[in-house]
Design a protein around this ligand. Structure first.
Ligand code: FES
Ligand code: FES
Length: 164
C-alpha cells in the first residue's frame, strides 16, 4: 500500500508526514509524530487508552484514520503539562493515587478534560457515566473519581487551553 502525504495539527504544532490511507490516527500520532503519550491497548474502540481530543470532541484514535483528522485540531496528553508544571488534573491523579500501572491514564485525562470542556457543570452521575467508557484494570475507579473531584476547580480553567 502507498503512503500519502499528510499534515496533522497536534497540540498547536504542524506535523508533515506520509501514511497509508488505512493507518489509524493512534498509530500515526505515536509512530510518525513521536507522541507516545497516547497509548494503544485493544485497538478496536473498547478500552479508551487511545483517547485524544479532535476539534473539541473526545475520540478513540484507534477508530479514526489519520487522514480523516487532516485539518482538525488534535490534542493529546502531551498538551497538558507546561514544561515541568503538570496540569492540575495530572497533579490530582498523583495526589489521589489514581494511577497504578498508568497505562490507562493518558486516555482518562483526555476523556475527563473533554467532558469538562463540553459541560463545565457536569453532574457526578454523568461524570461516572463518562468514566465508565474507559477501562482501568488497576484502580477500581474510586481514586480516579476522587482525583476529578479534587481537581474540579482547576479543570474549569482548562477551557483557555482548548485551542492549544
Ligand atoms: S486502543 Fe483505542 S479504544 Fe482501546
Ligand atoms: S492504572 Fe493500570 S489500567 Fe488503569
Amino acid at each position: 500500500m502507498d503512503n500519502h502525504p499528510l499534515e496533522l495539527t497536534i497540540n498547536g504544532k504542524t506535523y508533515k508526514t506520509a501514511v497509508e490511507h488505512r493507518k489509524t490516527l493512534a498509530d500515526t500520532i505515536r509512530e510518525n509524530c513521536d507522541l507516545t503519550g497516547t497509548h494503544v491497548g485493544c485497538e478496536h474502540g473498547v478500552c479508551g487508552a487511545c483517547t485524544v481530543i479532535v476539534d473539541g470532541k473526545t475520540v478513540r484514535s484507534c477508530l479514526m484514520f489519520a487522514h480523516q483528522a487532516e485539518g482538525c485540531k488534535i490534542r493529546t496528553v502531551e498538551s497538558l503539562a507546561r514544561g515541568d508544571e503538570l496540569h492540575p488534573l495530572q497533579e490530582a491523579f498523583i495526589e489521589n493515587h489514581a494511577i497504578q500501572c498508568g497505562f490507562c491514564t493518558p486516555g482518562f485525562l483526555m476523556l475527563i478534560i473533554g467532558a469538562y470542556e463540553n459541560d463545565p457543570d457536569i453532574t457526578e452521575e454523568n461524570l461516572i457515566e463518562v468514566l465508565s467508557s474507559n477501562l482501568c484494570r488497576c484502580t477500581g475507579y474510586q481514586n480516579i473519581i476522587k482525583a476529578v473531584r479534587s481537581a474540579s476547580g482547576g479543570l474549569l480553567a482548562i477551557g483557555s487551553d482548548a485551542d492549544a
